[in-house]
Design a protein around this ligand. Sequence first.
Ligand code: GLC
Length: 547
Amino acid sequence: MTEPIEFLWWKHGVIYQIYPRSFRDSSGNGIGDLQGIIEKLDYVAELGVDAIWVSPCYPSPMADFGYDVSDHCDIHPLFGTLQTMDALLQAAHQRDLCVMLDFVPSHTSEQHQWFQESRASRSNPKRDWYTWRDTGPDGGPPNNWLSIFGGPAWEWDAHTRQYYLHTYLKEQPDLNWRNPAVKEAMFSVVRFWLERGVDGFRVDAAHGFMKDPVLRDNPPNRNNAAIGYESMDAYDSQLHVNDRGHPDIHAVYRELRALLDEYSRARPRFTVGEIHIFDWSKWASYYGANLDEIHMPGNFTLVRIPWRASLVRGKVDELEAALPAGAWPNHVLGNHDEHRIASRYGAAAARTAAMLLLTLRGTPTLYYGDEIGMLNVTVPAEKCQDPWPQRSGKPELSRDPQRSPMQWDARPGAGFSGPAVHGDLPEPWLLFHPEYQRLNVATQRDEPGSMLDLYRCLLRLRRETPALTHGEYRALDDAPPAVYGYLREYGGDRLLVLLNFEGESKQVTSVSFDYGEVLLSTTLDRDGAEGLDPMVLRPYEGVIIRV
Ligand code: GLC
């Protein structure tokens, strides 16, 4: 008899990210809401994931679509009420789905009560909750730091005649985490949601909120290598060594972890950090020297590299080598900040990418709609919503394309909006993709071999197969260059994953095994015993073989 193995949701399960504005609009105003998520929970549970992560749904003036929080302990009326959130938690838990919220520690909205007080006068008790400074020696901003969204990271306040710091929009002033009162207030926010039953948090801009204590200038980035965000010329002209990721952040995370651990006695709670650091050892430091900081720093490396077998393998192997002993890996291919997978790699390669994400060692995060192959939507300039392209003057930075409403069915309105307020379908806050009649849940649900079918099969196989959820990972050295091959192994069960990254058939002649049982192919038309010497992979085909 085999021993029962522990299944820890955030480690062995799969996280599904929901952008609440775009998932399902139950009220019929063209914007998704929490009741809409509740209505679609059966779909999410049947898909076979283990947790949902709901992007910010707190009160917010929506300058950055909810990442500008004006009250951390309430729900924006557009999305519902605290009671709707309670109902969502209950409905999710009834279906064995955990719920993660976005925790946005690095900044608030300028409309937040704390900032309103802070900006009221230089002597206000909350003045030091944000970073205020006099003009620099040249009469301009206090230092050379830049906003990720364009321009200087400092905004002049004519009323109190000082600058305040904002790493993102000027409507998103940075909190001063060196002030213990700020830390206490934000930890209370965490407690508030844990008490309500939230299972975990995705920590927004998690390496951003501790900066150089004396706010030294950033040095120039002489070779101008992109540091994480692409095509951000001005921002990439500096090395961001002083405006983020100060080592003092680790003490904060140790405390946050202790808080989470307190609540984990009843059931496991979890944090994953949005960490855009591409130096492996710095990235890995967020696990904590004793694995006592955030449970996982999010790993965005795969999003940033071209779709090539050798590059992807290289990054996965680097990650495996960089992990501290006992630390658990994770992989991301898509989210609300990145273009759609099917648009980046093409529809055929998106199937291979699904198999990659769901068979690598580590927690996968799926982005809503990728399971039906949703594509980037072209949003005309006059309909642009995202502030980033508007503030930076760079249309290519727009994140609207990947935030379009979920495509539920082929009817007009794609099944996104519920009962229309006046009988007519509301205009959705972002355009639907013109191909929604093909790329939608209802159509694909009944179509063998569809993308949705593939995701469900992959998620089912993963759930049933400890080699995939718990197993060791080892890359194969003898696969041809276009093919990424690896083994996943647990308790004597050995699976071989072969992924053809290119649009031509590839003969895999020397994969160390003569014979195996194909469990799943990305084409969903191939299974059973097969000779492996040679094995022919069709264009972009991926296979999982028991050997
Ligand atoms: C994170 C979010 C992004 C947001 C930014 C500012 O990077 O993922 O969507 O714009 O933080 O809060």
